[in-house]
Ligand binder design. Structure first.
Ligand code: SF4
Ligand code: SF4
Length: 345
């Protein structure tokens, strides 16, 4: 393990951005998001939750697959490869890091999504642990210990005050670390002690969080029994405005639509994020199998809490990042749903 003084971080970013596109949590007006770093940007490493999760860097909001053009009776097709240069994401929080792992389960299993794979291969992820969770955080309910979790990161950082501890996690992370070696220092035994103190303090902070008792493993019933709780789903879904905010901000939601955009004799085929909360989601030629908002809301939570774990070794498709808790205009979030289904303990 190495250490880097926070004062020297701009030098690190300068160096990395000379080789890669560098994305950092950057504040623009009042919103923090992972954005391309340039000198002078307002980097906010204290922010725990960017408005949009960093999933947009591995799974872009829109992505063109091919371009087409009519020429007489012929339709010429031109495939479009993955856009973007090799990149580094600096400061990915543990919940969002696990979100990327959950996306990997979907997109990297057979048949592999080759666009996603290429985005993942081009990227180097530098995570940043959390020792001061917010009131709307509940990542521990989904198996993320934010003082320890670094699965999938190439380099893991731990903020111990004036200094960040720097831990290489992969050959890619090692290569980047080597190129920055003159900026990094050796850790002292006091640094390591401080890290362990913070990890210990985190445990008691987490127990005090308002959502600490949420436990999806306590939800009882078979898939069919949970699905059939119509009265409960009606009650839960009544307030939903179908705005889709919960899906677009969520680090684990991964549904997308494929559309053709035609202008004159030419056009593009692209994919774009979609939301199961929208009334035209799963709309097919014969109609839509989900005709009410209750059915759509039920689908979202059944997928996250029942279907996904069933097909992915018990992992839930939620990481407790708290974005939907913070952002849903109707105050309908997954924490409330889990409690209503009996998942509290
Ligand atoms: S953010 Fe809230 S209101 Fe909007 S679609 Fe999601 S649950 Fe419904
Ligand atoms: S469902 Fe809500 S809390 Fe869970 S990962 Fe998505 S946005 Fe975060």
């Amino acid at each position: 393990m190495k250490r880097i003084s926070k004062e020297r971080l701009p030098e690190v970013w300068q160096r990395i951005s000379g080789i890669f596109d560098l994305f950092l949590p950057i504040k623009k007006e009042r919103t923090v998001n992972f954005s391309l770093w340039r000198e002078g940007e307002d980097v906010d490493l204290k922010n725990l939750r960017t408005a949009v999760s960093p999933k947009e860097l591995v799974f872009p909001q829109t992505e063109t697959y091919l371009k087409f053009k009519r020429e007489g009776k012929r339709l010429n097709l031109q495939s479009v490869g993955v856009q973007g240069d090799p990149y580094v994401i600096f400061g990915v929080r543990p919940c969002d890091l696990k979100g990327i792992k959950l996306l990997d389960n979907i997109f990297l299993s057979e048949p592999v999504d080759t666009y996603y794979r290429e985005h993942r291969e081009r990227g180097t992820i530098i995570s940043l642990g959390c020792f001061d969770p917010e009131e709307t955080c509940f990542c521990t309910s989904f198996g993320v210990d934010s003082g320890q979790y670094s699965t999938g990161a190439d380099i893991a950082l731990w903020d111990i005050g004036e200094t960040l501890l720097w831990e290489v996690q992969s050959p890619k992370g090692d290569e980047l670390t080597q190129s920055l070696s003159d900026l990094l220092e050796e850790v002292s035994s006091r640094d390591v002690e401080r890290l362990e103190e913070l990890r210990g303090e985190l445990k008691s902070k987490v127990e005090e969080l308002p959502l600490a008792k949420i436990d999806p493993r306590k939800i009882e019933g078979t898939q069919q029994e949970i699905f059939d709780k119509e009265e409960l789903w009606n009650e839960i879904s009544r307030r939903c405005l179908a705005c889709g905010t919960c899906s677009y901000g969520c680090p684990t939601c991964h549904c997308y639509d494929v559309q053709d955009y035609k202008f004159g004799e030419q056009g593009e085929r692209f994919r774009c994020w979609d939301s199961c909360m929208s009334s035209d989601f799963t709309l097919m030629a014969h109609g839509n199998p989900r005709t009410t908002q209750m059915q759509r809301v039920r689908q979202r939570f059944m997928h996250k809490l029942v279907y996904y774990p069933k097909n992915n070794g018990g992992e839930y498709s939620c990481v407790g990042c708290g974005r939907c808790v913070e952002r849903c205009p109707a105050h309908l979030d997954i924490g409330k749903v889990i409690k209503k289904l009996g998942g509290e303990g």
